[in-house]
Ligand binder design. Structure first.
Ligand code: SF4
Ligand code: SF4
Length: 101
């Protein structure tokens, strides 16, 4: 699952076309947009680790699907987010709950 997911999101060019459609983009933080979420997921899958702030960005997705038609790479962004949430829940990806200094 992780390999297939990573292959799919590796097609992301970070063009940002998905950004304007996302209702959570007004939450300001970079991770709270589709592009930010994809970026977070790429990093987390490669390192098998993410941060609590990044996880908050992922779990704030409404799964509304508004971003999906705008992706020229054909990435099914809400499904990717849903699958990543599952990986976090089953602890396939670890979550740092404290800042590392
Ligand atoms: S539209 Fe697709 S390729 Fe562009 S930033 Fe969003 S997820 Fe990545
Ligand atoms: S599915 Fe998630 S990332 Fe996509 S537009 Fe909706 S809230 Fe934003």
């Amino acid at each position: 699952m992780k390999g297939a997911l990573l292959r799919e999101i590796s097609r992301c060019s970070f063009c940002g076309f998905c950004e304007a459609a996302c209702p959570t983009r007004f939450m300001i933080k970079r991770n709270y947009t589709p592009r930010g979420r994809i970026n977070t997921i790429i990093f987390a899958l490669k390192n098998r680790l993410t941060t609590i702030e990044s996880v908050n960005g992922i779990f704030s997705c409404l799964e509304c699907g508004a971003c999906k038609p705008y992706c020229p790479a054909g990435i099914d962004i809400p499904r990717v987010i849903r699958e990543f949430r599952h990986l976090v829940r089953v602890e396939e990806v670890g979550v740092l709950t404290q800042e590392v200094k």
